[in-house]
Design a protein around this ligand. Structure first.
Ligand SMILES: NC(=O)C1=CN([C@@H]2O[C@H](COP(=O)(O)OP(=O)(O)OC[C@H]3O[C@@H](n4cnc5c(N)ncnc54)[C@H](O)[C@@H]3O)[C@@H](O)[C@H]2O)C=CC1
Ligand SMILES: O=C([O-])CC(=O)C(=O)O
Length: 345
């Protein structure tokens, strides 16, 4: 790699939780290689694990050293959240139980919620002022809400959850169905919860600039295909991977987490957008304060929800049911006393 010192930016601290887990392992080497923040951005990695997995994380740290990555300034391993988040600019909150065959992601709420209240409070105490957080651990949207609610000093806009894997899956399905290069597929949206109720929405999609419906109809694919194939395939892809692979998505999830942060920091391509689960400003009928997936445009390190996207009647109805599910998840954790002191949730 040719990174000359005079082009390097000041180093940033990246904390990865669940660092000894599968997605953690699939992410860390690529972060160290500059795939997330760019080839001129040195990183200091802080790995967080539970005490029982700390030794495995130490092993991963040894391998990271053995990679001799020019952009990797340091690697430290912790089993205490406040220490792991000390000065962090980017928090990838991956550590949590994955679901098994036959479970919905919401079934993990009970098992994983406690992790995110502790980590939200630790981020509040220790992270850098401009910290950006992506929650990967499921149920991702509500876990992000829990973490945010325990971090009253961090703006809610900094807590996001990952629906980029769903977005990427949707791009891949369209590319496959139309025989197009995936790079030609733009303006995809995932709305709502990262769950089976999510709303993959192709209404605004273009393929090499052409409306997707025109390209689909040339292949004899219409509304029936969208309803009975495209939407359920994308929404159920996580379960399908578990059934076929015997465990939940790992490398594709790590890749999506890197894409999420990459685009947040370095921007979405002109004319295109991406999907991120972010705190709702009340638009599209999503209750203000819920963390829901929206189409977003990223510029200069900030994202903005795209307003003015036309939602079909069908998509609006589906989004309403995904929002009800998010509301129910929030009410469940509120009833268990797991929501923190921040106002607005
Ligand atoms: N949002 C999304 O699109 C996706 C989310 N996921 C979710 O990502 C999560 C992680 O998946 P995998 O890496 O495959 O699981 P894994 O079981 O391989 O790894 C999880 C790791 O988290 C650690 N951990 C548990 N509690 C922790 C805590 N309090 N602090 C720090 N680390 C902790 C465990 O020790 C373990 O090493 C799961 O919840 C899974 O459902 C997975 C794929 C996609
Ligand atoms: O389905 C799961 O449990 C893991 C996940 O979130 C995904 O693959 O989208």
């Amino acid at each position: 790699m040719s990174t000359s010192a005079d082009t390097l930016l000041p180093p940033v601290t990246v904390t990865v939780t669940g660092a000894a887990g599968q997605i953690g392992y699939a992410s860390l080497f690529r972060i160290a290689n500059g795939d997330m923040l760019g080839k001129n951005q040195p990183v200091r990695l802080r790995l967080l694990e539970i005490p029982q997995a700390r030794q495995a994380a130490e092993g991963t740290a040894m391998e990271l050293a053995d990679g001799a990555f020019p952009l990797l300034e340091s690697v430290d391993v912790f089993d205490d959240a406040a220490q792991a988040f000390d000065g962090t600019g980017f928090g990838l909150l991956i550590g949590s139980k994955p679901r098994q065959k036959g479970m919905e992601r919401g079934d993990l709420l009970e098992a994983n919620a406690g992790i995110f209240s502790v980590q939200g409070a630790a981020l509040n105490e220790a992270a850098a002022d401009d910290v950006r957080i992506v929650v990967v651990g499921n149920p991702a949207n509500t876990n992000a809400l829990i973490a945010s609610s325990h971090a009253p000093d961090i703006p809610s806009e900094r807590f996001t959850a990952m629906t980029r894997l769903d977005h990427n899956r949707a791009l891949a399905q369209i590319a496959h169905a139309t025989g197009s290069p995936v790079g030609d597929v733009e303006r995809m949206t995932i709305w709502g919860n990262h769950s089976a109720t999510q709303v993959p929405d192709l209404d605004q999609v273009t393929i090499a600039g052409r409306p997707v419906r025109d390209v689909l109809s040339e292949r004899g694919l219409g509304e029936e295909w969208v309803r009975t194939s495209f939407i359920p395939t994308v929404a159920q892809r996580g379960a399908e991977i578990i059934a076929v692979r015997g465990g939940s998505s790992v490398a594709s999830a790590a890749h999506a987490a890197l894409d999420h942060v990459h685009d947040w920091v370095l921007g979405t391509p002109d004319g295109d957008w991406t999907s991120m689960a972010v705190v709702s400003d009340g638009s599209y009928g999503v209750d203000e304060g819920l963390i829901s997936s929206f189409p977003v445009t990223c510029r200069s390190g900030e994202y903005e929800i795209n307003h003015g996207v036309d939602l079909s009647e069908d998509a609006r109805r589906r989004l309403e049911s995904s929002v009800s599910e998010l509301r129910e998840e929030r009410d469940t954790i509120r009833a268990k006393g797991l929501l923190g002191p921040k106002a607005g949730h």
